[in-house]
Every structure is written in structure tokens, then in C-alpha cells.
Design a protein around this ligand. Sequence first.
Ligand SMILES: O=P(O)(O)OC[C@@]1(O)O[C@H](CO)[C@@H](O)[C@@H]1O
Length: 434
Amino acid sequence: MTRPSSRSGHSDSTGTAAARTARADSAESAGSAESADGTDSAHGSAPVVVGTPGSFARSVLDERHPALIERVRRAVPYPPALQRALDALLEEITEGVVERLADDEPGAERWRDEPHYGRPWADVPFLWAESYFYRRLLAALGHFGPGPWQGIDPFAPFKEAELTSTKVDDELSALDRLPGLPAAERDRTLLLSSLWGNRADLGFRMSTGSGGLAERVPGLVVDDSAALWGVLDAGPPGTVCLVADNAGPELLPDLVLADHLLGSGRADTVVLHLKPYPYYVSDATTADVLACLDRLSGAAEPAARVGARLRQALRAGRLVLRAHPFSCAPHGYGLMPADLRDDFASATLTIMKGDLNYRRLVGDRHWPATIAFDEVTAYFPGPVAALRTLKCDVVTGLPAGTLERLHAEAAEDPAGSGAAWRTSGTHALIQVRA
Ligand SMILES: O=P(O)(O)OC[C@@]1(O)O[C@H](CO)[C@@H](O)[C@@H]1O
């Protein structure tokens, strides 16, 4: 069942978007350390990712976005007027320049002063272009209404197919092996399940050999998990902010991890940050959390018990859902508004899930892969961890030896593109700045 998501748009509580972007751009053009996304670095700022010909970003703009329009068109029987709006968007992103939202589009005023209109989509910051593409797609499909398509999630068919697959039942049944594990192994298993869930395949299987977690560990290029638990165990339980990424196969292990943090005394409150509207195809909204709770409650034990505890935690205010408009903003967290900054500053730890949140956390830039994670997250107002499978060019905090090994492996792989480890989802990282 697809629950209509709430009506909202990208609000900007730090003055107009243009003022922020102009300030950041001028800072960047002045060569100061502050970058267009607010991330500071002693190294100054690396080049912002744009759709350079032949780049991964360009393949997303030229191939993935047009393909997504066709997937959405096939999955939902939209009427002729919305089909025509999809046609117009497809033509614009493949042959045109960035156009404004229509003046009568709900929330258009928050995008009006952005500085990228009239430029080719490939020339503007990739993070901005992707975010704006999804906002334009929802506009084309009447998501913000008024009208019969208001609140309809165009990606619901894809999310539903993932969540109802029998593979999820198999994975959830593996939870029955958790109670028998030593506490430290339970911690590790649930953390790795949440991490690899970002690869959109549940990782509860604790067994080695069958593609279980042990087999995936070689793809872990940075593992700061000990530091993560160290932050959580350093004092009395407080608030953990879990910034969610994808729904279904990623959100389920994220929710199980949240239940574990609450149940093992690592957190007295978990604030689950969601998207206020459908975004990047599978990003999780409140409707997706409710669908996951239904899925858990309908599964065999112990998954059903986890679902019941999470429902109780929601009712008791120990699990809090948050859908801040900035979660769908086309900027890095370096430009986050004050209220969101306060959330993260007051948390024992903020856990950022997934590739997009990583890009927004460190800054969507071609950083040297070995630049310290602490350095590019120095602006962040509290302890922060990233759990992410690598699905784009941006990476930081790699030990030099690891980078050399990855380059050597890529060079030996005749089929490889030389940088597949950066974008294929086969590698992952757990990074912490305490
Ligand atoms: O945040 P997620 O879901 O882990 O990954 C999202 C993402 O990898 O998909 C896009 C390519 O389609 C990237 O630009 C973006 O970072």
C-alpha cells in the first residue's frame, strides 16, 4: 500500500538559496578555504564535481536520469498531460539548459534565485543538478499538487517490489541467529548489515561462504567501527541521529540497528532523519518507515518482535522521525540551517548512511582520496560517522597503502574501468570523526 507522503518542498531557512550560494561561490572564487558547499579544508577546496565528458557524473546525467524517466513512465499509468511533462523534461535534460520551475509550482519560490538556470545540466555542480532533476521530476508528475497526483510517490512501485520480495523473508529469518552471538559480534553484524544494506541487499546473513558478511568484509576499505562503538560507549546513552538513505532493503537493517542501539543502552533516543518527499528513487520517507514496520510485524519471529519494539519506541518518543526540508536540498551539509546544526550538535553521534549523504557530508568534490576524513568534516557540529558503499567518484580518508592496492587491483582487472572500485558498490567504508 502506498501511503501519500506529506506535502512539502525544499525550504531554505538560511536566507535565500541564492544568497547562500553566492556567498559560498564568492568564498570559493576568492580561494578561501570555504567551498561552495561549506566544507572547509586546510588543503583549500578541491574541484567541485560536474558532468565532465566521460565522467561518472556525466553518465548519470546522460544515461541514468533519462532511463529513470522511462522507468517511471512504464511503472505508473500517468495521464497524457503528465506524459507530455515527462517528454519536456527528457528533452531539456538531454538537449537543453537548466530551466526554472513553473511559477505556479508549489515551493517554486525557494528555487527561484538559484544561480544555475540557463546553463547546460552538465556544467552545473553535479550535486545541484541531480537534486534539481528529482525536484523537476516530481513537478512534472504533479506530486506537490493540487490535483489527483498530489502526494503520489512515483517510485513506490520500485520500493514495493524490493520490500515484498521473498529475499527479504530469508534475510529477516537470519535475525534468529543474533541472540546466540556474543555481544560484540551482534554489534558488528548489525552495523555491517546496515552498511551493506546501502548496497540494497540485506546483510543479516552472518554465515560466511554464502555471500554473507564475512565475504563482503574485503570490500571494506576503511573500518572505523571500533571508534564508532567507542563514541557510543564513552558516556551515558544520549541521542543518536541516524540519517537514513534508501527505503526497503537498506531501511530494514537501519531500523534493526536503531532497535539495537535503544535496546543495548547505546542510545536513549534515536532520531531517524528521512526525506520530506520522494528523492533519488529509493530514498526513505515516513511512508517507507511505516511500510518497513508493517513488513517486520508480518514476518516470523524475532523480526516481528523488533517491529513491535520499534512501534512502541515511536509511541514513547524514543524513536523520533524527522523530515527536515534541507534533507532534499541541493547543497552540502556545510550549508545546513541552524536548527539542523543544533540537532547534530546535541547528538552523541550522527550516523550518515549512503553515498549521497557522504557526498553532502564531505563535499561533492574531487578530493585527494587520502585527505583526512576529519579534515573535510571539521565543520560538522558533533561526532559523525559515515556508513557508505562507494557509488561515485568522491572518497576521502583512504590510507595511502589502501589506495595503492586499489589502483593495483584495478590495473590488473582487464574488464575494469580503472576506477570501478569508486562507483560499483563493491567497496564500502565506515569512517568516524569523534
Ligand atoms: O545515496 P545512495 O542511495 O547510496 O546513492 C545515491 C547515488 O549513488 O546514486 C547516484 C547515481 O545514480 C549518485 O550520484 C548518488 O550518490
